[in-house]
Design a protein around this ligand. Sequence first.
Ligand code: FE2
Ligand code: FE2
Length: 177
Amino acid sequence: MKLNKEYKEITKDILENENYLTLKDDIHHGSSRYEHCKRVSYLSYLVSKLLKGNASEAAISGLLHDFFHGNASTCEEVSYVKHPLVSVNNAKKYFHINENEESIIKTHMYHYALLKDKFPFINKREKVNSKEYKPQSKDGYIVCACDLAVSIYETLIFKARYKTCIYILFAINLIIK
Ligand SMILES: [Fe+2]
Ligand SMILES: [Fe+2]
């Protein structure tokens, strides 16, 4: 398929980079951060094509939006608020990204900033100014929305698998009793 071929061409250098491949070792929503970033990237690329954005920038920013190691929910240095900047620094260290791609990566947690605005009791330790996280381009909103959609999908799948395992273990326990 033409789109698939074009997407592979755009992302090949990043996906084959040895530093980027280390994301395969990081767990993210029940799978690896490498898989998460690939999902966000491809979905952003398709949506950007549909909405006549810059699909190449959406694909690249999608791949690099979570280019960090550690757990955002437990590690202060890569917290929900700080990890976009860590990702930008890593992206610049290993790849050439333009200003728009940098801005898209920096603002991809806008959904979280908005949530914190409405419910400030969530994760009280971290203060967020949602204006600083407001996307500056159409593709900024696309990557932010796709990240949220993919995260919800991955979390639901993970929970469903987890529940299935618990039920199977429970059933086995009943049978061998
Ligand atoms: Fe993120
Ligand atoms: Fe993400």
